[in-house]
Design a protein around this ligand. Structure first.
Ligand code: PGA
Length: 242
Protein backbone atom coordinates (compact mmCIF):
# COMPACT_ATOMS: atom_id res chain seq x y z
CA UNK A 1 0.00 0.00 0.00
CA UNK A 2 1.43 3.37 -1.03
CA UNK A 3 0.35 6.63 0.47
CA UNK A 4 0.51 9.88 -1.42
CA UNK A 5 -0.14 12.97 0.63
CA UNK A 6 -1.03 16.07 -1.36
CA UNK A 7 -1.16 19.70 -0.25
CA UNK A 8 -4.79 20.14 -1.17
CA UNK A 9 -7.80 18.79 -3.00
CA UNK A 10 -6.72 20.11 -6.40
CA UNK A 11 -3.39 18.29 -6.17
CA UNK A 12 -5.23 15.13 -5.08
CA UNK A 13 -7.48 15.37 -8.14
CA UNK A 14 -4.53 15.85 -10.51
CA UNK A 15 -2.59 12.94 -9.01
CA UNK A 16 -5.64 10.68 -9.29
CA UNK A 17 -6.29 11.76 -12.90
CA UNK A 18 -2.64 10.96 -13.76
CA UNK A 19 -2.99 7.41 -12.46
CA UNK A 20 -6.30 6.85 -14.28
CA UNK A 21 -4.82 8.26 -17.51
CA UNK A 22 -1.71 6.05 -17.19
CA UNK A 23 -3.88 2.97 -16.64
CA UNK A 24 -5.94 3.72 -19.74
CA UNK A 25 -2.88 4.53 -21.84
CA UNK A 26 -1.43 1.14 -20.91
CA UNK A 27 -4.72 -0.69 -21.50
CA UNK A 28 -7.31 1.24 -23.54
CA UNK A 29 -10.06 -1.29 -22.76
CA UNK A 30 -9.34 -1.35 -19.01
CA UNK A 31 -12.16 -2.56 -16.76
CA UNK A 32 -12.73 0.23 -14.25
CA UNK A 33 -15.05 0.72 -11.32
CA UNK A 34 -15.49 4.37 -10.36
CA UNK A 35 -17.03 5.72 -7.18
CA UNK A 36 -19.73 8.35 -7.03
CA UNK A 37 -19.64 10.77 -4.07
CA UNK A 38 -18.01 14.17 -3.74
CA UNK A 39 -14.37 13.15 -3.52
CA UNK A 40 -13.69 12.11 -7.15
CA UNK A 41 -15.46 15.16 -8.67
CA UNK A 42 -12.21 17.07 -9.24
CA UNK A 43 -10.58 14.02 -10.81
CA UNK A 44 -13.49 13.58 -13.22
CA UNK A 45 -13.31 17.28 -14.10
CA UNK A 46 -9.60 16.96 -14.88
CA UNK A 47 -10.13 13.80 -16.96
CA UNK A 48 -12.92 15.50 -18.92
CA UNK A 49 -10.63 18.47 -19.65
CA UNK A 50 -7.88 16.15 -20.88
CA UNK A 51 -10.38 14.32 -23.09
CA UNK A 52 -11.59 17.59 -24.58
CA UNK A 53 -8.01 18.59 -25.35
CA UNK A 54 -7.58 15.27 -27.18
CA UNK A 55 -5.06 13.96 -24.63
CA UNK A 56 -7.13 11.02 -23.47
CA UNK A 57 -9.12 8.43 -25.38
CA UNK A 58 -11.74 6.82 -23.17
CA UNK A 59 -13.87 5.25 -25.87
CA UNK A 60 -12.82 1.68 -25.13
CA UNK A 61 -12.84 1.54 -21.33
CA UNK A 62 -15.30 -0.82 -19.70
CA UNK A 63 -17.06 0.81 -16.76
CA UNK A 64 -18.60 -1.09 -13.87
CA UNK A 65 -21.06 0.43 -11.42
CA UNK A 66 -19.87 0.31 -7.81
CA UNK A 67 -23.16 0.44 -5.93
CA UNK A 68 -26.85 1.33 -6.17
CA UNK A 69 -29.78 1.78 -3.81
CA UNK A 70 -32.17 -1.15 -3.65
CA UNK A 71 -35.52 -0.47 -5.28
CA UNK A 72 -34.25 2.61 -7.12
CA UNK A 73 -34.44 2.78 -10.92
CA UNK A 74 -32.09 4.84 -13.11
CA UNK A 75 -34.56 7.71 -13.46
CA UNK A 76 -35.03 8.21 -9.71
CA UNK A 77 -33.25 11.41 -8.60
CA UNK A 78 -31.37 9.37 -5.97
CA UNK A 79 -30.11 6.76 -8.41
CA UNK A 80 -26.36 6.25 -8.28
CA UNK A 81 -26.53 5.24 -11.93
CA UNK A 82 -27.97 8.73 -12.55
CA UNK A 83 -25.13 10.18 -10.47
CA UNK A 84 -22.62 8.28 -12.65
CA UNK A 85 -24.27 9.77 -15.75
CA UNK A 86 -23.94 13.32 -14.38
CA UNK A 87 -20.48 12.88 -12.83
CA UNK A 88 -18.60 10.98 -15.50
CA UNK A 89 -20.52 8.96 -18.11
CA UNK A 90 -21.74 12.21 -19.69
CA UNK A 91 -18.71 14.48 -19.18
CA UNK A 92 -16.30 11.74 -20.29
CA UNK A 93 -18.60 10.72 -23.19
CA UNK A 94 -18.49 7.07 -22.15
CA UNK A 95 -20.75 4.92 -24.29
CA UNK A 96 -23.57 3.07 -22.50
CA UNK A 97 -22.63 -0.17 -24.31
CA UNK A 98 -19.44 -0.27 -22.23
CA UNK A 99 -21.31 -0.05 -18.91
CA UNK A 100 -22.16 -2.93 -16.58
CA UNK A 101 -24.76 -1.85 -14.06
CA UNK A 102 -25.90 -2.99 -10.65
CA UNK A 103 -29.62 -2.54 -11.25
CA UNK A 104 -31.33 -1.43 -8.04
CA UNK A 105 -34.76 -2.05 -9.54
CA UNK A 106 -34.09 -5.65 -10.69
CA UNK A 107 -36.96 -8.05 -9.97
CA UNK A 108 -34.46 -10.40 -8.38
CA UNK A 109 -31.69 -8.22 -6.90
CA UNK A 110 -29.77 -11.23 -5.57
CA UNK A 111 -29.59 -12.75 -9.06
CA UNK A 112 -28.59 -9.31 -10.41
CA UNK A 113 -25.68 -9.23 -7.93
CA UNK A 114 -24.55 -12.66 -9.11
CA UNK A 115 -24.83 -11.62 -12.78
CA UNK A 116 -22.75 -8.53 -12.04
CA UNK A 117 -20.06 -10.55 -10.23
CA UNK A 118 -19.97 -13.03 -13.13
CA UNK A 119 -19.51 -10.12 -15.57
CA UNK A 120 -16.57 -8.74 -13.56
CA UNK A 121 -14.92 -12.15 -13.48
CA UNK A 122 -15.57 -12.60 -17.23
CA UNK A 123 -13.87 -9.23 -17.80
CA UNK A 124 -10.77 -10.59 -16.05
CA UNK A 125 -11.47 -8.60 -12.86
CA UNK A 126 -11.16 -4.85 -12.48
CA UNK A 127 -8.00 -3.28 -13.83
CA UNK A 128 -8.65 -0.20 -11.73
CA UNK A 129 -10.92 0.66 -8.81
CA UNK A 130 -11.25 4.32 -7.81
CA UNK A 131 -12.89 4.39 -4.41
CA UNK A 132 -13.91 6.86 -1.74
CA UNK A 133 -13.72 6.27 2.00
CA UNK A 134 -17.04 6.13 3.83
CA UNK A 135 -17.48 7.86 7.17
CA UNK A 136 -17.69 4.40 8.72
CA UNK A 137 -14.83 2.93 6.68
CA UNK A 138 -17.01 1.43 3.96
CA UNK A 139 -15.73 0.76 0.44
CA UNK A 140 -18.57 1.00 -2.04
CA UNK A 141 -21.44 0.03 0.26
CA UNK A 142 -19.52 -2.75 1.96
CA UNK A 143 -20.74 -1.63 5.34
CA UNK A 144 -19.06 -2.70 8.58
CA UNK A 145 -18.80 -5.52 9.36
CA UNK A 146 -17.46 -6.67 5.97
CA UNK A 147 -14.58 -9.06 5.53
CA UNK A 148 -12.35 -9.49 2.46
CA UNK A 149 -14.50 -12.31 1.08
CA UNK A 150 -17.80 -10.41 1.27
CA UNK A 151 -19.46 -10.96 -2.11
CA UNK A 152 -21.48 -8.65 -4.32
CA UNK A 153 -24.77 -8.50 -2.46
CA UNK A 154 -27.69 -6.59 -0.99
CA UNK A 155 -26.72 -4.83 2.25
CA UNK A 156 -28.48 -2.89 5.00
CA UNK A 157 -27.07 0.62 5.26
CA UNK A 158 -25.70 1.68 8.64
CA UNK A 159 -26.99 4.81 10.39
CA UNK A 160 -23.68 6.61 9.53
CA UNK A 161 -24.09 5.91 5.83
CA UNK A 162 -27.73 6.96 5.89
CA UNK A 163 -26.77 10.16 7.69
CA UNK A 164 -24.02 10.88 5.17
CA UNK A 165 -26.25 10.14 2.16
CA UNK A 166 -28.95 12.41 3.64
CA UNK A 167 -26.60 15.29 2.84
CA UNK A 168 -27.18 14.52 -0.86
CA UNK A 169 -30.87 13.58 -0.81
CA UNK A 170 -32.29 16.08 1.68
CA UNK A 171 -33.08 14.03 4.78
CA UNK A 172 -32.53 10.59 6.25
CA UNK A 173 -36.05 9.45 5.33
CA UNK A 174 -35.18 10.05 1.66
CA UNK A 175 -32.30 7.58 1.80
CA UNK A 176 -33.20 4.03 0.77
CA UNK A 177 -32.31 1.69 3.66
CA UNK A 178 -30.62 -0.95 1.52
CA UNK A 179 -28.19 -1.06 -1.38
CA UNK A 180 -26.47 -3.39 -3.82
CA UNK A 181 -22.71 -3.23 -3.69
CA UNK A 182 -19.79 -4.70 -5.58
CA UNK A 183 -18.25 -7.15 -3.11
CA UNK A 184 -15.05 -6.76 -1.15
CA UNK A 185 -13.85 -9.91 -2.94
CA UNK A 186 -13.98 -8.17 -6.34
CA UNK A 187 -12.71 -4.78 -5.14
CA UNK A 188 -9.70 -6.13 -3.25
CA UNK A 189 -8.75 -8.22 -6.30
CA UNK A 190 -8.50 -5.12 -8.54
CA UNK A 191 -5.08 -4.85 -10.14
CA UNK A 192 -4.85 -1.19 -9.10
CA UNK A 193 -6.83 0.52 -6.36
CA UNK A 194 -6.96 4.24 -5.68
CA UNK A 195 -8.55 5.39 -2.44
CA UNK A 196 -9.26 9.12 -2.52
CA UNK A 197 -9.64 10.86 0.82
CA UNK A 198 -10.18 14.57 1.32
CA UNK A 199 -11.02 16.85 4.22
CA UNK A 200 -10.69 16.93 8.01
CA UNK A 201 -13.95 15.00 8.48
CA UNK A 202 -12.19 11.92 7.05
CA UNK A 203 -9.12 12.17 9.25
CA UNK A 204 -10.28 9.87 12.06
CA UNK A 205 -11.57 7.11 9.80
CA UNK A 206 -8.48 7.32 7.56
CA UNK A 207 -6.33 6.90 10.65
CA UNK A 208 -8.30 3.82 11.69
CA UNK A 209 -8.02 2.44 8.12
CA UNK A 210 -4.24 2.68 7.92
CA UNK A 211 -3.09 2.31 11.52
CA UNK A 212 -5.37 -0.25 13.17
CA UNK A 213 -5.00 -3.95 12.41
CA UNK A 214 -7.34 -4.90 9.55
CA UNK A 215 -10.79 -5.88 10.79
CA UNK A 216 -14.36 -6.18 9.49
CA UNK A 217 -15.25 -3.15 11.66
CA UNK A 218 -13.34 -0.92 9.20
CA UNK A 219 -13.63 -2.54 5.74
CA UNK A 220 -11.10 -0.09 4.22
CA UNK A 221 -8.47 -1.40 6.65
CA UNK A 222 -8.16 -4.49 4.42
CA UNK A 223 -6.42 -2.32 1.84
CA UNK A 224 -3.36 -2.51 4.10
CA UNK A 225 -2.43 -6.00 2.97
CA UNK A 226 -2.99 -5.48 -0.74
CA UNK A 227 -0.56 -4.90 -3.61
CA UNK A 228 -1.29 -2.09 -6.05
CA UNK A 229 -3.12 0.16 -3.58
CA UNK A 230 -2.46 3.89 -3.54
CA UNK A 231 -4.17 6.07 -0.98
CA UNK A 232 -4.22 9.69 -2.09
CA UNK A 233 -5.12 11.90 0.83
CA UNK A 234 -4.97 15.66 1.03
CA UNK A 235 -3.24 17.37 3.91
CA UNK A 236 -6.49 18.03 5.75
CA UNK A 237 -7.45 14.34 5.77
CA UNK A 238 -4.09 12.96 6.71
CA UNK A 239 -3.92 11.87 10.38
CA UNK A 240 -1.09 14.29 11.18
CA UNK A 241 -2.65 17.02 9.05
CA UNK A 242 -3.66 19.46 11.78
P1 PGA B 1 -17.71 11.10 -0.41
O1 PGA B 1 -18.24 9.61 -0.15
O2 PGA B 1 -16.71 11.00 -1.52
O3 PGA B 1 -18.93 11.89 -0.83
O4 PGA B 1 -17.08 11.58 0.87
C1 PGA B 1 -17.35 8.60 0.15
C2 PGA B 1 -18.12 7.34 0.52
O5 PGA B 1 -19.09 7.40 1.29
O6 PGA B 1 -17.75 6.26 0.05
Amino acid sequence: MDVLQTDDYDALSLAAADIVADTIAAKPDAAVVLATGDTPVGMFRELAARRERGELDLTHIRVFQLDEYLGIGPEDRRSLRGWMRRAFLGPLALPDENLTTLPGDATDPHAACQDYADAVVAAGGYDLAVLGLGPNGHLGYNEPPSDPLSPTRVVDLTPESIESAAYYWGSTDQVPPQALTAGMDLLLAAKRILLLVSGPHKRAILRRSVVEPPSPAVPASYLQGIEGVTIIADHAAWPDGE
